[in-house]
Write a protein of this length. Structure first.
Length: 121
C-alpha cells in the first residue's frame, strides 16, 4: 500500500529552533529523511565532521552557503547548487549568508538512511 504525504512550505510553525538562529523541519520516509533548514544570516562556523552511517545531499534553496567539503578548500554555493557528502566524509565549517528577502539561508538536506539523532525533530 502506498501512502501519500504532502508538506507545504508555508507551515512555518513546523520548524523548530535547535540552536540560536538555526531552525529545522524533519520529514521522514521509510529509507530517507529530508531536513529543511532556515538559518539566519551570519551564523557559523559549524563543526567540520561527517556522519558515519548516513550519506547526505544538500540543496541550497535561498541565500548562500560558504563551507568546506572533504578538504581545506572552501565552496560558496548559491540557490540551485547541490553537494554530496558520502558516509563519513567530512564537511561543514559552514557560514550562512542570508538572502535579501528573508535574511536566511534555506537548505534541504537529504539523508539515507534517516538520521536517528534527528528523528524527534
Amino acid at each position: 500500500m502506498v501512502t501519500q504525504n504532502v508538506w507545504t512550505r508555508d507551515d512555518g510553525d513546523a520548524f523548530r529552533e535547535v540552536k540560536p538562529g538555526m531552525r529545522r523541519r524533519i520529514l521522514v520516509g521509510d529509507q530517507m529523511m529530508v531536513c529543511m533548514w532556515r538559518i539566519k544570516d551570519g551564523i557559523g562556523p559549524t563543526p567540520y565532521d561527517g556522519h558515519p552511517d548516513n550519506e547526505q545531499f544538500g540543496i541550497i534553496l535561498r541565500g548562500e552557503l560558504d563551507f568546506r567539503l572533504g578538504s581545506d578548500a572552501r565552496h560558496r554555493l548559491r540557490p540551485g547548487d547541490v553537494y554530496w557528502a558520502p558516509k563519513g566524509y567530512p564537511h561543514g565549517d559552514s557560514r550562512f549568508i542570508g538572502d535579501a528577502q528573508t535574511g536566511e539561508t534555506w537548505i534541504a538536506d537529504i539523508f539515507a538512511p534517516p538520521r536517528q539523532d534527528y528523528r524527534n525533530g
